[in-house]
Ligand binder design. Structure first.
Ligand code: PGA
Length: 251
């Protein structure tokens, strides 16, 4: 059985290095008590090297929450994927809805995904509509985000890509999506990738993100056709995160 993938997206939290170390300690402990999850911690990049540089275990991997596809150069305020890799990030979150809201485009997402793969990093490409309407527009939005995000990803690299469906209207709320709707969306996402990249799209790893906690995770894992979660708030609270990992342990 393959492990459940959990991306602990700390977003712009916590405030201090001291708190970051403490949160990482509790995260490590929670992970060590479980066997069936593969945990990827995405701290604010300022804490990355401090955490990754002293970590000697193998159960936690590191991600950055963003990264510039160019290696280096005159890009004030940016951090490149290559620099992130040098600080031991092996994954990168791309196209998170909070970044799309501040201007990240589909085209940027595509460049980052291809750039990450070229560095042998794993892109975690996020897709999802910002509002849900009766018209089914979410399917068009997701199809276009997937098409552009994977435009320069060869079919042979699909096994090294993770897709996350995270509808904005569930993020930061206590509502997760209905698992049967997630199942339908996962089928649709695979179909989109099969259309552009061929049969390998059927084996795509798909995660769900938005309001996930221990209670909702178990049923989503059983019925939602996903192999893991991108978790925001629940990854910032030691006991919530431990509960989440325990809940999925025996699914
Ligand atoms: P949340 O964030 O778990 O706090 O809802 C999830 C996400 O950003 O996808």
């Amino acid at each position: 059985m393959s492990k459940t993938i959990i991306v602990a997206n700390w977003k712009m939290n916590p405030v201090t290095w001291r708190e970051a170390k403490k949160l990482f300690e509790s995260t490590k402990k929670a992970v060590e008590k479980t066997k069936n999850s593969s945990v990827i911690v995405a701290p604010p990049v300022i804490f990355l090297r401090g955490l990754s540089g002293t970590y000697r275990g193998s159960r936690v991997a590191f991600a950055v929450q963003n990264g510039h596809f160019k290696t280096n150069g005159a890009h004030t305020g940016e951090i490149s994927l290559a620099q992130s890799k040098d600080a031991h990030a092996s994954y990168v979150i791309i196209g998170h809805v909070e970044r799309r809201a501040s201007g990240e485009t589909n085209d940027d997402a595509g460049k980052k995904a291809a750039g990450a793969l070229a560095l042998k990093m794993i892109p975690i490409l996020c897709v999802g509509e910002s509002e849900r309407t009766e018209s089914g527009e979410q399917f068009n939005v997701v199809r276009e985000q997937i098409r552009a995000g994977l435009a320069d990803v060869p079919a042979s690299a699909l096994g090294r890509v993770i897709l996350v469906y995270e509808p904005l209207w569930t993020i930061g709320t206590n509502t997760t999506m209905n698992p049967s709707e997630m199942h339908q969306m996962a089928i649709f996402m695979r179909k989109c990738v099969v259309e552009t990249h061929g049969g390998g799209g059927r084996a795509l790893k798909i995660l769900y993100g938005g309001g996930v906690d221990g209670k909702s995770a178990e049923v989503m894992l059983r019925e939602g056709d996903v192999c893991g979660f991108l978790v925001g708030r629940a990854s910032l609270n030691a006991s919530e995160f431990a509960k989440l990992l325990q809940a999925i342990e025996n699914v």
